[in-house]
Write a protein that binds this ligand. Structure first.
Ligand SMILES: Cc1ncc(COP(=O)(O)O)c(C=O)c1O
Length: 378
């Protein structure tokens, strides 16, 4: 294939984002350095209040990562060895890993093949007398179907954790935001997230004051007051430097989200316009939801070859995720077989993330689509 204007489109370009906020970031970082107040403190508190408002939830608590957000949430809900926690088989590893780390049993459920989120219709058949909680993941930035999940949980007396690591600001019906529906919401500020720090960071949200207090203790080894431990927690604290950076970035989040959504519209339209929908399927957006497009996921014929071709032509792309939990070696002890979750396993074999970050230029977006077209027409 001949490329007249071969260009580079990374999957994510954090340097481009940084150029737009450098002048706001540098003074607040300097302020933290001058204060020498590095752990928790006023910057973290201010950030927690801002995120609570943003997520439309009364309480938010900054923690060390999205993984630790899940872990501390399960600890706060008293998940113990032998308890069962139901979740999707298709997510980032931390969703299932955090359950197993507490020696509880992850119990997997297949996905809705359109949204890639847990299929609520398949949850109830997995409930036993050992089931204590459900973790719903809002994958790629679109929320799981929370109303039926909450109804099932109420009927069986279960807790619901929202893994909103990829979904800050995404909305379900009636403007309910990720992290405001279940008992605890878990967020990640890993740099590739829509709201990404300068390192690891995370946060938990809750509507329940008692849970919030318990989470606060667990974040700091379960101490209350200092050096007196009624419970065993860990070091799950958020750094002041991260909070300072994230406070600045939060002010831009809605603009960035709008940029991602507009890029998604561009791709949706461009796929149809080029007749690419013969080979690839764009993401499905549920009516009335706010999809924040942490990832733009296509289903593609001959996916693995397409990935190679795109990379060879300098288009960043990635498979999220190539292996479902039931097929992970470390979960073999759970006794699942290949093929137990056909919809998720098909998604793992067919999907691909293409660049969607807000700073993408018109030329870059066209280049991505044209390169896909070249692949199928070659
Ligand atoms: C769905 C999901 N859950 C949990 C995590 C874990 O977050 P972190 O990388 O901040 O530990 C991530 C992000 O990587 C994620 O995408």
């Amino acid at each position: 294939m001949s490329y007249k204007n071969e260009i580079t489109v990374p999957l994510l370009d954090l340097k481009a984002q940084y150029q737009t906020i450098r002048e706001e970031i540098e003074p607040v970082v300097k302020e933290v350095i001058e204060s020498q107040y590095f752990i928790l403190g006023p910057k973290v508190k201010e950030f927690e209040e801002n995120v609570a408002n943003y997520c439309r939830v009364p309480y938010a608590l900054g923690v060390s990562s999205g993984t630790d957000a899940l872990l501390i949430a399960l600890m706060a809900l008293n998940i113990r060895p032998g308890d069962e926690v139901i979740t999707t088989t298709y997510s980032f590893f931390a969703t299932a890993g955090s359950i197993a780390r507490l020696h509880a049993k992850p119990v997997f459920v297949d996905i809705d093949p359109e949204t890639y989120n847990i299929d609520p219709a398949k949850i109830e058949e997995k409930i036993t007398e050992k089931t204590k909680a459900i973790i719903a993941v809002h994958l790629y930035g679109q929320m799981a179907d929370m109303d039926p999940i909450m109804k099932i949980a109420e009927r069986h007396g279960l807790y619901v954790i929202e893994d909103a690591a990829q979904a800050i600001g995404s909305e379900y019906k009636d403007g309910r935001r990720a992290g405001s529906i279940g008992h605890i919401g878990c967020f990640s500020f890993f740099p590739s997230k829509n709201l990404g720090g300068f390192g690891d960071g995370g946060l938990v949200t809750t509507k329940d004051e008692e849970l919030f207090t318990k989470l606060t203790y667990l974040r700091n080894h379960g101490a209350h007051p200092k050096y007196y431990h009624k419970m065993i927690g860990g070091n799950f604290r958020l750094d002041a430097l991260q909070a300072a950076v994230l406070n600045v970035k939060l002010r831009h989040l809605d603009d960035w989200t709008a940029g991602r959504q507009s890029n998604a519209d561009f791709y949706d339209h461009g796929i149809k316009e080029r007749g690419l929908d013969k080979w690839i399927t764009p993401p499905v957006r549920r009516e009335g939801y706010r999809h924040i497009f942490n990832q733009y996921i296509i289903r593609a014929q001959n996916r693995d070859e397409l990935l190679k071709y795109l990379k060879a032509h300098n288009v960043g792309c990635e498979i999220y995720y190539p292996v479902t939990f039931n097929n992970q070696e470390c979960f073999r002890y759970l006794g699942y077989k290949k093929g137990d979750f056909p919809k998720a396993e098909k998604a793992a074999a067919e999907t691909l993330a293409i660049p969607i970050y807000p700073e993408l230029s018109y030329e870059q977006k066209n280049y991505v689509l044209d390169t896909i077209l070249d692949f199928y027409q070659k």
